[in-house]
Ligand binder design. Structure first.
Ligand code: ADP
Ligand code: ZN
Length: 603
């Protein structure tokens, strides 16, 4: 069994070996078992049903909620020589008839269908007349009524079990929490399926979180030094900010486009299509961008504002480096984020239980940001997975932050807040600590307080960082009235009484935009191969335009990189390169070989 699956992996998809978890899932499905698969974004879920569909007799039916995603997957499959089609409302009547005929006559390996379509009696009758290899239910968390992506049609998919008792089903999702998992299992399988939980680790992603001091300069530094020609996504919270940031990037000479709910549906679609089809394009987006975008060569995801939870952060950063090549998840955050999020929670009219849950989510994310040790155990721990040791591939591993005792400074700040009446925001508190005179301070009499000027020994950035860390640890609270006044939380009492100490993360807030290190594992490309790599990319883009497919449908970056390194001289040599299956070799082998030979001759 495994043998033929492996042969398909190599001959059709051109990959040499399975990723963690794939082989078992594929074997189980080939053997006819039902299964639920939890795998992170970019983990490689699609092959888990595509390969069994090719190994087993009959057509594999894939239920997927996103029409755009279906189209991309089908294009990519066709480029590998797989007989795949979609059946959804984007097709004309005539096109639908052709697809239905191909299906009935057994010519299709895979058919992608929208969930509302599949349960129509006409479609069911059609399927009943066909030989089916399996049902794959993608984005299976859409069945969950608690989640954000609930789709009522998904609930009906459980009926497939009675109608097609001999056809194995596989449901897949990147949402890891146990409640969603249980809901899927109950709704789709009556809890009888096998469960596969792959590791949520994404070893090729380098994580970095820094204090925000000059967002524009920090972002430009990061992109210019690490990703000057790469595709990436920059997330911001508001539309206004999205427009502003994409303008910064355009002004700095980058190819950047905005994406937010204020643009027309047509514009959004156009920007998304360009992102998929062009190289080196940066999308600046609100969180609404990304679901269902299967672009494998997104090299970085940057957050200029804190997302809502570790889950959102992980989903969003997971869109980087699906192809397994080095990618960066980069985030800056500041005191204002903590303020904003705490306030949002305080304002919310959700039930006490849900608010409690929201607070815990926020705490977890803040904890992650202020983390002093390796970031991976913290991230994976959130998904219930343990990670031993240091990953060696995050900012804290490369550059362990120093923890310094700041008990005395923390006490100064807390008593300054106390003495000014627990109603002023951070900016005012820092002014008082620094002993800055102003009309306002004098009229309030704050220049007469014993805490006036007791913080002159440290710079302003230090005090901001300290307040942020006190807030992040919950020793301070933000007034819910909307003015951002800081209050002491009862939990700070031991610290004020000298019964507890406070350690502060030293680099946060005081570091002035040191440029981040390049992701060092699986470094991009050696300088001596860069020129050839660029030529190969140019050829790929030309072919992609001719055939109007996204460039990565032709070859992934990893394949071009391997080609530039190995410089094969024959089609046979070329067949050994990662990502080149038989069909792609037949289609594109000659063109790339010509380029390689020509270049070699000129050297
Ligand atoms: P997911 O749906 O889990 O987010 P995909 O199925 O889109 O992930 O896979 C992510 C990327 O990884 C795709 O570009 C795919 O071609 C690639 N990939 C999957 N499995 C393998 C493998 N065994 N070897 C190499 N690349 C793989
Ligand atoms: Zn680490």
């Amino acid at each position: 069994m495994t043998q033929s699956a492996l042969t398909v992996l190599q001959d059709v998809f051109g990959f040499s070996s399975f990723r963690a978890g794939q082989a078992e899932i594929i074997d189980s499905l080939i053997d006819g078992h039902d299964s639920l698969v939890l795998m992170p974004t970019g983990g490689g879920k699609s092959l888990c049903y595509q390969i069994p569909a090719l190994v087993r007799e009959g057509t594999g039916i894939v239920v997927s909620p996103l029409i755009a995603l279906m189209r991309d997957q089908v294009e990519a499959l066709k480029a590998c020589g797989v007989q795949a089609e979609v059946l959804n409302s984007s097709l004309s009547q005539a096109q639908q008839q052709t697809v239905e005929r191909d299906l009935a006559e057994g010519r299709l390996d895979l058919l992608y269908i929208a969930p509302e379509r599949i349960m129509q009696s006409r479609t069911l009758a059609l399927l009943q007349r066909c030989a089916l290899s399996l049902f794959a239910i993608d984005e299976a968390h859409c069945v969950s009524q608690w989640g954000h992506d609930f789709r009522p049609e998904y609930l009906k998919l459980g009926e497939l079990a009675e109608r097609f008792p001999d056809v194995p089903r596989i449901a897949l999702t990147a949402t890891a929490d146990t409640r969603t998992r249980d809901e899927i299992s109950r709704a789709l399988f009556n809890q009888t399926q096998k469960l596969f939980v792959a590791s949520f680790d994404r070893p090729n992603i380098h994580y970095r979180v820094a204090a925000r001091n000059n967002a524009r300069r920090q972002l430009l530094d990061f992109i210019q030094s690490v990703h000057p020609n790469d595709s990436g996504i920059v997330y911001c919270l508001s539309r206004k900010r999205v427009e502003q940031v994409s303008q910064w990037l355009v002004d700095a000479g980058f190819n950047a486009l905005p994406y937010h709910a204020g643009l027309s549906a047509e514009q959004r679609q156009q920007h998304q299509d360009r992102f998929i089809r062009e190289e080196g394009l940066i999308i600046v987006a609100t969180i609404a961008f990304g679901m269902g975008i299967d672009k494998p060569d997104v090299r970085f995801v940057a957050h200029l504002d804190l997302p809502r939870s570790i889950e959102s952060y992980y989903q969003e950063t997971g869109r980087a480096g699906r192809d397994g090549q080095a990618a960066n998840a980069w985030m800056i955050y500041g005191l204002e984020d903590v303020y904003r999020l705490r306030q949002l929670l305080a304002d919310s009219d959700r039930s006490e239980a849900l608010q409690q849950q929201d607070r815990q989510r926020l705490e977890a994310l803040l904890g992650y940001c202020e983390q002093v040790e390796c970031r991976r155990p913290a991230l994976l721990g959130y998904f219930g997975e343990s990670y031993e040791g240091n990953c060696g591939h995050c900012d804290n591993c490369h550059n362990p932050p120093e923890l310094n005792d700041a008990t005395e400074e923390a006490q100064k700040a807390l008593s300054c807040i106390y003495r000014t009446g627990q109603r002023f925001g951070a900016a005012h508190i820092v002014q008082v600590l620094l002993g800055k005179r102003s009309e306002r301070i004098e009229s309030l009499g704050h220049d007469q307080l014993s805490t006036f000027g007791i913080g002159r020994n440290q710079p302003k950035t230090y005090w901001h960082a300290l307040l942020r860390q006190l807030l992040a640890q919950g020793l301070l609270a933000v007034d819910p009235d909307g003015y951002g006044g800081l209050r002491l939380d009862p939990s700070c009492r031991p610290l004020l009484r000298d019964q507890a100490s406070f350690a502060m993360r030293q680099d946060a807030g005081v570091s002035h935009s040191r440029s981040p290190k390049k992701a060092s594992a699986k470094q991009h490309i050696a300088p001596e191969h860069q020129a050839l790599f660029d030529q190969l990319r140019a050829l790929r883009l030309e072919l992609a335009r001719e055939q109007s497919v996204p460039p990565y449908v032709i070859f992934h970056d990893a394949t071009l990189k391997a080609m530039a390194e190995a410089q094969p001289e024959t089609l046979q040599d070329m067949a050994n390169i990662h990502g080149i299956g038989q069909h792609k070799l037949d289609q594109y082998g000659e063109a790339f070989l010509d380029l390689l030979i020509e270049t070699a001759a000129r050297q």
